[in-house]
Design a protein around this ligand. Structure first.
Ligand code: CP
Length: 400
């Protein structure tokens, strides 16, 4: 794919991700965000802290006014040529919170691509007018290639702007991993309970003696379209950086859907304990896998990637072993978090609406967390974290 689409960049594309990510950093900070692996535990902590500050400040008019001043001199291009609701709107809302002016291209038929302008020329044009390019494309590696192009322009002392990969083909979706991680941090922040609701924490500790705050020492269950779900790939690679992580992958046993061998090898190489199952009702060491799960991550079967042949195979498959139900939710731990990157498939019903009322259903909060987490990412990319912290402390001083 890389050779055909982007021959000029194939030598860069063909390197291991651990090497490539060095190209997207600058002095300990992100220059572009292309891969989930760029979200290290240290960076995640910083971004979560910033997201919490933005969230608090946005609760009052004074804080909102401070936030709107933070990046008011910046302009963002939202180049989304693949459908999106949450990623597009939460990035737009994040920009509005921070005072960033936005523009968008969603249909390339309205741009000069119809006059055979290349995609890379389009991106270079956007960089002439905007200060960041947030892009989603069905073309795998396109965001990565745009980041290399910006790096080359920088080397030539020409204008260059950060590239944010907002979803590339069935490849990666690093900012989804960012908001998933932010939701995981918030869901597993048990110490906050000890201040406010100590009896709740004590009860939890009695029932689950090994309970610790944070993403480590946890079991994550991924269900559905594991192979083609770019959100699974990005989140799993971020979680693999934490100690004592176990991952269960539950999917139909089909090469288009089950865990692909590259991701499996990567996770095993990162000391993750990996198990694969063909139903949510399976057991491990005599216990139901659901009762062992701390975080349940459901995904939709991504029919848009289906060939006609696979579509017909899929229509014969029984998907009920991969659907949540109230009975299955009842087996989860009392503090477990149920996540879904959304959209969910209304016809398949991998999470039926009756589950929404369960306090463990985090997916609507998860989507809203995307706005705060993406705002924190923009603050980081524009090196405005210190300004944010200063504005936050001023806003607190004024409110007391
Ligand atoms: N989760 C996610 O990427 O949603 P959208 O496709 O609606 O942006």
């Amino acid at each position: 794919m890389s050779d055909v689409q982007f021959p000029n960049f194939s030598s860069k594309i063909d390197r291991p991700t651990s090497v490539k990510i060095q190209d997207f950093q600058r002095q300990g900070r992100l220059k572009h965000i292309i891969f989930g692996q760029q979200l290290t535990p240290l960076l995640m902590e910083k971004l979560c802290r910033s997201a919490d500050k933005i969230r608090t400040m946005a609760k009052n008019p004074d804080g909102n006014a401070q936030l709107r001043n933070l990046l008011a001199d910046k302009r963002a291009m939202l180049y989304f040529t693949q459908p999106s609701t949450r990623t597009f709107l939460s990035f737009m809302a994040a920009c509005q919170i921070l005072g960033i002016t936005c523009n968008e291209v969603r249909d390339p038929k309205t741009s000069s691509e119809v006059k055979r302008e290349s995609r890379t020329d389009s991106i270079r044009m956007f960089s002439s007018y905007f200060d960041v390019i947030i892009m989603r494309s069905q073309v795998e590696k396109f965001a990565e290639v745009c980041a290399y192009m910006m790096n080359e322009l920088e080397e030539q002392e020409q204008r260059s702007v950060p590239i944010i990969n907002a979803g590339a083909g069935s490849d990666e979706h690093p900012t989804q991993a960012l908001l998933d991680m932010y939701t995981i941090f918030r869901s597993f922040n048990f110490e906050s309970l000890s201040v406010n609701v100590s009896s709740e924490l004590n009860q939890l500790k009695r029932r689950y003696p090994d309970l610790v705050s944070g993403p480590h020492q946890k079991t994550y269950l991924f269900c559905g379209d594991i192979s083609r779900g770019r959100t699974v790939r990005s989140l799993a690679t971020v979680l693999a950086q934490y100690p004592d992580v176990r991952m269960f992958f539950v999917s139909p046993d089909h090469p288009s859907l089950r865990l692909d061998s590259r991701l499996k090898q990567f996770l095993i190489g990162a000391d993750v304990e990996v198990h694969e199952f063909a139903s949510l009702d399976e057991t491990i060491d005599g216990s139901p896998i659901l009762s062992e799960t701390d975080c349940f991550y459901m995904t939709r079967i991504q029919r848009e990637h289906n060939t006609p042949e696979f579509e017909s195979q899929l229509s014969q498959m029984d998907l009920s072993p991969f659907q949540l139900s109230l009975q299955r939710v009842a087996q989860l731990k009392s503090f477990a978090a149920i996540l879904h990157p959304f959209p969910r498939d209304e016809v398949v019903g991998e999470i039926p609406p009756e589950v929404d009322r369960d306090p463990r259903a985090m997916y609507f909060r998860q989507a809203r967390n995307g706005m705060w987490a993406r705002a924190a990412l923009l603050v980081h990319l524009f090196d405005a974290s210190e300004d944010l912290f200063f504005a936050h402390s001023k806003s607190i001083e004024r409110s007391v």
